[in-house]
Design a protein around this ligand. Sequence first.
Ligand SMILES: [Zn+2]
Length: 246
Amino acid sequence: MKKILIFLLAILLLLLPTGVLAQQAQPGLQLGLIRNFGYGGLGKIQGRFTLRINDPPAQLEIVEFYFDDKLILMSKESPYEFKFHTSNFQDGEHVFSAVGNLKDGTQVESNRITKVFLSSEQAWVETQGLLVPLLLFTGILTVLGLAVPILASRKKEFVLGKYSPAGGVVCPRCELPFSRSILAPNLLVGKLVRCPHCEKISVRSRASLSQLQEAENKFRNNEPGMVTKNADQDYRKLLDESRYEE
Ligand SMILES: [Zn+2]
């Protein structure tokens, strides 16, 4: 099995440089397709497009544009281009190419571009096919965007009286103060936060100075061990206990 893989890799490495060389050996005229309006994906297009000669050679005089190997336009000045709408042609596969006539009488050929023309109905079906996975993807990203700051904020240590530029808030459950992370997601009425004291997740807007001072006093009056219980301390306690076992 491994030998087969190595063999395949070797073939790939052999093929790669020849592919690059083949591209470099291509003729001088660079034909490009620009989408002005419409659908374009995976070799299929629908809408308004422009065929254009990119980086035309200085000696270039006339460009002949070919559509399915039939001359469709002669362009005598820069920008050398041919604008079209796919609905003016039949649905299905079409090939574009161009021939450039230089001042010294020589001709240069362009690359060939092959595209499948779709009707507007087909393009809509294709768009839906692309949109659904895209929506799912952005949905997953949004969920991650919400979840990551909440998980990350767990690790942050609480320091009394210190607040980020996003301000401090007071927990609705334990009524203790803590800092809002700048990275915490905004949910219109406030930021989504997790209380470092009791782990309650809530949406809080910035608390006023007097509200924070009141909450800080409440924190000071509490037993420190009772409120600032976190995983780190649990771990240290566990370590201490394990020492006694030995
Ligand atoms: Zn709390």
